[in-house]
Design a protein around this ligand. Structure first.
Ligand code: PLP
Length: 405
């Protein structure tokens, strides 16, 4: 049973008014709102167990360390990783991708290739371009069609060149909503001897993730998009890969022994967690995941799909609307434009009515170049949104169209 009113009551911000109107929050792809249990858990950490972790014999330090490691186990279970030490705490998806791209420097040489897709977030393009610059490897790009679906025969042909060492693609596109066939991509890439990193920033908040069933080598996501605190994230890596990769940052916590002659590194996961981490963030990310699982990821996915279908149908009644991203398999992200009107102007007007949407290129400039547009208006729905809120958006967009048209 999906009790939307009870769920909404968990999110205090949904009672806020913005510009004198009840907040309608449709910018969930950028960051999610936080339930009261998450907000309380942050304050509770500082009120009861705040101490540095992995270092102290004193009780508070042990309590904080235990809570941090419990959270790691919660995340391990949530994504079905084989080992807790395959779960690295990061500051977000960007951090996770950079960690892997940096580590791959030693595996690449001129003539090798790194493959991304045409619909990546800048976070899953730029670190790989920097890696290519460092190593002389080439960047291959899986093209997409006019619906915003990857062209898989082209992917197969690029792989067949036999040069690809790692493929990095998103599970769900943040600007188009496309759900990519990542299992197909992973299996094909492995058959060609390439590793695969999945950018799960947009998938982790909405889908059940099973890294072993996917057979992903790396899976990165952000905590703040999944009801957790900002500055938190996870990089899953297969044990064998994490053993092979060099540390990303040097410092405290990541060492076994240090002398001026030679330093040896700690085992997993600490080799990749230098310095004092975002302790309360890591702990509370576990709280957020428990909260999501309390509702049920499957129920969340079904409900959000209903919002997608409803929103697409209602918005399509607006004259002159052009959807950007019309893949068959989509998450609850709707990008659109109105003929002759700049997306920014629509965003600014609906904001006056209390509705938060995102406008612009959504950190996917190559996607905008592909569709030859400056940007889109993006409404991204979460499980605490309602069809009534979608009705409010449609009415607001119609009003904006009248004012600007
Ligand atoms: N990848 C995708 C698909 C995203 O949507 C985002 C954020 O919007 C990122 C990566 C970067 O996430 P973060 O800024 O949390 O590191």
């Amino acid at each position: 049973m999906f009790d939307i009113q009870a769920i909404r009551a968990d999110f205090p911000i949904l009672n806020e008014k913005v510009n004198g109107k009840p907040l309608v929050y449709f910018d969930n792809a950028a960051t999610s709102q936080k339930p009261q249990v998450v907000i309380d858990a942050i304050s509770n950490y500082y009120s009861t167990i705040n101490a540095n972790i992995h270092r102290g014999v004193h009780t508070l330090s042990q309590l904080a360390t235990d809570a941090y490691e419990v959270s790691r186990h919660t995340i391990q279970k949530h994504i079905n990783a084989a080992h807790a030490h395959e779960v690295l705490f990061t500051s977000g998806t960007t951090h996770g991708i950079n960690l892997v791209a940096s580590g791959f420097t030693q595996f690449l040489k001129p003539g090798n290739a790194v493959m991304v897709s045409a619909m990546e977030h800048h976070s899953n393009i730029v670190p790989w371009q920097m890696l290519c610059e460092r190593t002389g490897a080439d960047l291959q790009v899986i093209p997409m069609d006019e619906n915003g679906e990857l062209i898989l025969p082209a992917f197969d042909s690029l792989l067949a060149e036999g040069r690809t060492k790692i493929v990095a693609v998103n599970h769900i596109s943040n600007s188009l909503g496309t759900m990519n066939p990542v299992k197909y991509i992973i299996d094909k890439a492995h058959a060609a001897g390439a590793a695969v990193l999945i950018d799960g920033a947009q998938a982790a908040p909405h889908l059940t993730i099973d890294v072993q069933a996917l057979d992903a080598d790396f899976y990165a996501f952000s905590g703040h998009k999944a009801c957790g605190p900002t500055g938190t994230g996870v990089l899953y890596g297969k044990e064998a890969w994490l053993e092979k990769l060099p540390p990303y940052q040097g410092g405290g916590e990541m060492i076994k022994e240090v002398s001026f002659e030679k330093t040896t590194y700690a085992g997993l996961p600490h080799k990749f967690e230098a310095g004092t981490p975002h302790i309360e963030g890591g702990i509370v990310l576990g709280t957020a995941i428990d909260y999501l699982n309390g509702i049920g990821m499957d129920k969340i996915a079904v409900y959000e799909h209903q919002l997608l279908v409803y929103g697409t149908q209602k918005l399509s009644e607006i004259e002159g609307i052009q959807f950007v991203g019309t893949a068959k398999e989509k998450a609850s992200v709707i990008s659109f434009n109105l003929q002759g009107i700049h997306p920014y102007d629509i965003g600014a007007i609906v904001d006056k009515m209390g509705i938060a949407v995102r406008t612009g290129h959504h950190c996917t400039q190559p996607v905008m170049q592909h569709f030859n547009i400056p940007g889109t208006v993006r409404a991204s729905f979460a499980f605490y949104n309602t069809t009534e809120e979608i009705d409010a958006l449609v009415a607001a967009v119609k009003k904006a169209q009248m004012m600007l048209g």
